[in-house]
Design a protein around this ligand. Sequence first.
Ligand SMILES: Cc1cc2nc3c(=O)[nH]c(=O)nc-3n(C[C@H](O)[C@H](O)[C@H](O)COP(=O)(O)O)c2cc1C
Length: 356
Amino acid sequence: MPDDTTARRKDAHLDLCATEEVAPKENSTLLECVRLVHCAMPELSADEIDLSTPLFGKTLKAPLLVTGMTGGTERAGEVNKQLAGVAEEFGLAFGVGSQRAMAERPELLGTFAVRDVAPSTVLIGNLGVVQAARMGLGAVQKLTDSLGADALAVHLNPGQELTQPEGDRDFRKGYATIQALAKHYGDRLLVKETGCGISPEVARRLVECGVKHLDVSGLGGTSWVRVEQLRAKGAAEEVGAQFSNWGIPTAAAVASVRRAVGPQVKVIASGGLRTGLDVAKALALGADLGGMALPLFRAQQQGGVQAVREAVAVIVTALRQALVLTGVRRASELRVRPQVITGELKDWLSALEGRA
Ligand SMILES: Cc1cc2nc3c(=O)[nH]c(=O)nc-3n(C[C@H](O)[C@H](O)[C@H](O)COP(=O)(O)O)c2cc1C
């Protein structure tokens, strides 16, 4: 049914994410509990560092993904075009936000379409698992095709939906939906959370359903419970406040999911990654790529395309530096180097160990 409520809600989300405290300071990724071990004799030239990473049949120049955020309004369309243009320049992957608004109003395609500015980028469509179940495979595939996307990201967000007064309440048959999507999309399906994390148990079951790409999107960055709390009034606001630090810290999610699923599954770390050193630590914990949303959106809002370029350049430079200083040539080698894990992250990992 044509409806602009979904698109208007996405614009309200952009306003809140541009200016409000949507990533509460008290929430942590626990990446501060990870230290990489310095190598005083790297025996490498900085120019030799190879950050190239395969994803969905293409090769990225760096193991980085701009995770799905937006689409559906003119403003959102501008955000998509600018971020996707920078992803193309730097050889990163780029995801659009939920295409639900586009499913309801196909004329909004132009606010998601970025192939004109990002012809060779790994481009990822996006839809919530509940919407995907309602729409059916044919309609979902049409959304992916109309973008010329390389893959579909299906997002899981029960924390956000429950906090949103108009949100979904029924999360049954999620695995059956994912299984049908995995059968249909094969290797071209990514399942992602949206800031509350994926546990090793859930990861293992998703892999049993045929999923080969997981973005753990853990706690420590943008909290969608918090975003909905900021939009809500009364009881919903109160409940949202109680749950705005709910979730599995990103470092705990990445390390435990990697152990649960084994090397054939690609694991993306996102949720609160803010620097190239954060990305390096996430790779050391077992991720294949790091993803970021809020910092790149904020850079775009504050300084347009040039600010996004500068932010990405700093992230990539720091990641390269982390590789040289740990004495490895390739990003994938970080995980075989020693690392020190301290404090609360140790507690999380021992609690999650063997729970898959
Ligand atoms: C403005 C904004 C809009 C978002 N919209 C979506 C969305 O439509 N679909 C989705 O899967 N994730 C969405 N996300 C979640 C991000 O992809 C990511 O999982 C989460 O924000 C954690 O990463 P961060 O801490 O780097 O922001 C959105 C994030 C932001 C900041």
